[in-house]
Design a protein around this ligand. Structure first.
Ligand code: SF4
Length: 414
């Protein structure tokens, strides 16, 4: 197929999804962010639906349908799709599923083929689509125009701010009040998703910070616990057995890195590839511009967050410099150098307690996660770091017992 034919076929396929009102199922990950993404895509006519919270059965489906040496995120995301399609709620002739592809060297680039294989017998007509920025799956990747891409980037910023404020508010305030503030902000952002007002970041940051103005953390902070590790398991409450809720119930304040930090990490690696290996000559200019703009956006958000009396996310370039104390930024398989960099940045700041989530079957993140605990502790001896394994067949009780051991060692004062 020539490029022009491919473009035409892709356009026709996506038009069909819009015209025939296909339901496009996506796995859960970041509940706040994904709710905003869904509204942005709905404004483009795409009916994205995040799979609802599931129980043990989706993990069992994953174990049944995916080869058992695949990594935990691959197993459980496939299991969620299969379980959801089996509910009978969907017209299978008008349903598709979508999965992200990183384009990197690890399995995150290959989930699509694992899902297609799992669907072969039971759901052969359900298309498996890709969300990627690497030119993969040309026909089946979501066509994002400039305005939608920009809106998705703004969604990352809004989602990050909301996640940060909820994490700071929940340990100190009534959960219902925090959730009501969150809901109000999400409704307002979703109502703007089809309009230009969505781009007014300053106004929207203020609207969000205003909704949380009476939900500031107490002066005496609870022990802060950072959660770092593989991106899906770190953020998805389903994948990590509601780790953040458990820590809050145990009297801690949870600290998550932002999604923007991960996006900047991806851009940084592309620029680094060019600097080190001359790779990506044609695209490096665009990556550099995107990096600068995104970095500036995170700095603006941090400034306004601090002015409103909340803690902001760490500056990305500070995180890079912290990481360079223990690892080379050429290490980029999986979450690569970002995990140790986040550990050092937390440990040298006021978040000495750190959980590193490790998915079963994930070699890259075992090396840069569990494998880097010792060098980080050598650099910051007072750090209290626990690697926590997640496996489709392990029980929540095992994980909670490991966490309780860590909590027994909590350093109350940073
Ligand atoms: S980083 Fe690990 S968990 Fe994530 S896709 Fe790659 S192998 Fe799987």
């Amino acid at each position: 197929m020539t490029k022009a034919e491919e473009k035409k076929a892709r356009k026709a396929l996506w038009k069909k999804f819009v015209d025939e009102k296909f339901t496009i199922l996506a796995p859960d990950m970041l509940p706040i962010h994904f709710e905003i993404f869904t509204a942005v895509l709905a404004a483009k006519g795409l009916n994205l639906k995040i799979v609802p919270p599931m129980g043990r059965e989706a993990k069992d489906e994953g174990l049944r349908t995916v080869q058992n040496d695949a990594c935990y995120p691959a197993i459980i995301t496939t299991g969620q799709f299969v379980s959801e399609l089996k509910t009978g709620k969907y017209d299978l002739s008008k349903t598709a599923v979508i999965m992200s592809q990183t384009g990197g060297g690890c399995r995150a680039s290959n989930y699509i083929s694992l899902i297609r294989k799992a669907f072969e017998k039971e759901f052969p007509t359900v298309p498996v689509l890709s969300l990627n920025f690497s030119g993969l799956e040309k026909l089946y990747s979501i066509p994002l125009d400039l305005s939608t891409s920009m809106k998705l980037l703004y969604s990352v910023m809004y989602g990050d701010l909301l996640m940060n404020l909820v994490d700071q508010a929940e340990p100190y305030h009534d959960r219902e009040k925090v959730q009501a503030a969150l809901r109000g902000c999400l409704d307002s952002l979703k109502a703007q998703a089809a309009h230009r007002a969505f781009y007014n970041a300053k106004k929207n940051y203020r609207m969000i910070l205003d909704a949380f103005k009476d939900l500031k953390p107490a002066e005496e902070r609870k022990p802060r616990v950072g959660i770092v590790g593989e991106i899906y398991v770190k953020y998805s409450p389903y994948a990590n057995n509601h780790l953040a809720n458990f820590l809050v119930e145990q009297g801690c304040e949870v600290v998550y890195p932002s999604l923007a930090e991960f996006c900047l990490y991806c851009l940084y690696n592309n620029i680094n590839d060019y600097k080190r290996y001359g790779q990506g000559k044609k695209t490096v200019f665009a990556f550099k511009i995107a990096y600068k703009l995104f970095l500036r956006a995170t700095r603006n958000e941090a400034k306004i967050t601090k002015e409103a009396g909340f803690k902001a996310y760490e500056d990305f370039e500070y995180v890079v410099s912290e990481g360079e104390k223990v690892i080379d930024t050429g290490v980029k398989m999986g979450e690569g150098w970002l995990i140790p960099a986040e550990m050092v940045a937390y440990a040298e700041g006021d978040t000495k307690n750190i959980v590193v989530v490790q998915p079963f079957g994930c070699l890259p993140n075992h090396i840069v996660g569990k494998g880097m605990v010792r060098p980080v502790k050598a650099l910051v001896p007072e750090a209290n770091i626990i690697p926590l394994d997640f496996d489709a067949s392990s029980t929540q009780v095992n994980q909670e017992n490991r966490l309780k051991l860590m909590l027994a060692n909590l350093r109350r004062k940073p």
